[in-house]
Design a binder for this molecule. Structure first.
Ligand SMILES: [Zn+2]
Length: 136
């Protein structure tokens, strides 16, 4: 189900709780909402649809992937960039890392560990920030 995008800065500034095996409905809604906002959005975090769970969805070259409880365990090559956000007007400066390694659970709650680079890595860092109550 496509949900409304939350723009309430107080709500978005709160940390999300760990996600569990019973959060598939949230994942489905997140993927639907990402799909509906495809033109101006490449990733979303669950709190952007009003659910304070550590779940993100990321658009990676045509495929949308869901990550539960993502944690960056390695990062290298910082750079300055400018980002926008569906929950925010305009864009802001931020520092991101070119390469990251992430531990997460996939949609079937399987434990995964994967390296990401460039644009995909940047989206993941932005969405993980949302889980920590940071909007860029
Ligand atoms: Zn955002």
């Amino acid at each position: 189900m496509v949900r409304a995008v939350v723009r309430d800065t107080f709500f978005l500034s709160q940390k999300s709780e760990p996600a569990g095996r019973d959060d598939d409905e949230v994942i489905k809604d997140l993927l639907d909402t990402l799909q509906a906002n495809r033109e101006r959005c490449v990733g979303m975090a669950a709190n952007m649809i009003g659910v304070k769970k550590r779940i993100i969805v990321v658009s990676t070259g045509g495929v949308d992937m869901a990550m539960l409880n993502p944690v960056i365990i390695k990062k290298s090559m910082p750079y300055e960039t400018q980002e926008g956000c569906l929950s925010l007007e305009g864009s802001r400066k931020t520092t991101r890392f070119e390469t990251i390694e992430v531990e997460y659970r996939d949609r079937s709650y399987k434990r995964c560990r994967q390296r990401f680079k460039g644009w995909t890595a940047q989206i993941i860092q932005h969405e993980i920030d949302h889980c920590d109550g940071i909007v860029i």
